[in-house]
Design a protein around this ligand. Structure first.
Ligand SMILES: [Zn+2]
Length: 336
């Protein structure tokens, strides 16, 4: 592992004294972007663990305790909704052909691992980010897992783009391989699944959907290192490429949040936020408390009030069947 301890400590001191990233970089002979990324990582660690974990992996492992999920133990006023996005290293192996490869396990030289992750809570400004830019020369991602595990453990709902198939499963694989217990259970909302279920977009990729729907955070295309070049350069320790990875990863999480908020009123299977609170006042997922009666919802055996949120226009229905018992007794059911 690259030993960065000396400049890390000094950078933290200067940062506390109010020095700018640029000035710290000049003083310590580091690029401004490297300083900014490092200090952001420290900020994330302090936020998550209460201290900067700037120490070797082994001692981190001894110190790490699996807290019971602080967020879930408190009486929440609303569910904790976490947005997350990971980037992984490719599997490095030998292939015989460009097409139709069947790679056997003994052709694998280096297995994949987590390169970086970014996450944020719904409605909060901070974006947490950690990566392997300091330890790009090995495959050990243990140092990155504690932070994201802790956030997931506190989350009631996790929002991702394709995370049900990819991010959540990849993280679980790294968690179990590294001896972590499962994070506390959560519900998953996947914008890719929302897109597939309710829309016929030309593409369901984050890049396409954000370019068409988002106003603030459209997906960034890789600037200097397009496509696989970015991964290749990161794996070679190119710190400029790592800065691009950071910008790309953090931006994706912000774009994901904006996209989620745009898609949410259309999503018929969205978790009901009201069950997470003790309050008996009905609040829309968007935070609005005003609803218009919008007619009735009918099932084969019932009639229910329908309500439209006056802010986001999401429609919900009441849970009381308005048909009297005598009427219900006359209804015939389908035979399945
Ligand atoms: Zn609403």
């Amino acid at each position: 592992m690259t030993n960065n301890k000396a400049w890390h400590k000094k950078a933290q001191e200067l940062h506390q004294e109010g020095w700018s990233y640029r000035a710290i970089g000049r003083e310590l002979g580091k690029d401004e972007s490297v300083v900014r990324r490092y200090l952001n990582k420290v900020r994330a660690e302090i936020e998550i663990f209460g201290e900067a974990l700037d120490k070797p992996v082994e001692s981190l492992w001894d110190d790490f305790s699996f807290g019971g999920g602080v967020g879930k133990q408190k009486k929440p006023s609303s569910p904790r909704v976490l947005f997350l996005d990971i980037e992984t290293a490719p599997i490095d192996g030998y292939v015989w052909d460009l097409w139709n490869n069947n790679v056997s396990l003994d052709q694998i030289e280096k297995d994949w691992y987590i390169l970086s992750w970014a996450a944020k809570w719904l409605g909060e400004e901070d974006v947490f980010y950690e990566d392997k830019s300091d330890t790009w020369d090995n495959e050990d991602d243990l140092m990155l897992l504690g932070g994201i595990w802790t956030l997931m453990n506190e989350a009631d709902i996790i929002v991702t783009q394709n995370g049900i198939k990819f991010d959540e499963k990849k993280l679980n694989a790294r968690f179990i391989i590294n001896g972590f217990p499962p994070p506390s259970s959560y519900r998953s909302v996947d914008t890719l699944q929302i897109a597939k279920k309710h829309f016929g977009f030309t593409s369901n990729k984050l890049e396409y959907m954000t370019s068409k729907l988002c106003k603030k955070y459209k997906k960034l295309t890789h600037g200097k290192y397009p496509g696989f070049k970015l991964w290749k350069q990161c794996l070679l320790g190119n710190q400029e490429a790592w800065t691009e990875m950071y910008e790309y990863n953090v931006h994706d999480v912000l774009a994901l949040e904006e996209l989620y908020l745009i898609l949410r009123p259309w999503y018929k299977s969205h978790p009901n936020f009201n069950v997470y609170t003790d309050s008996e006042e009905t609040v829309c997922a968007c935070g609005n408390k005003e609803f218009e009666h919008s007619g009735y919802h009918y099932t084969n055996l019932g009639k229910y009030d329908k309500f439209k949120c006056t802010e986001c226009f999401a429609e919900t229905r009441g849970s009381v069947n308005l048909l009297p018992k005598s009427k219900r007794a006359t209804l015939h059911r389908n035979i399945m």
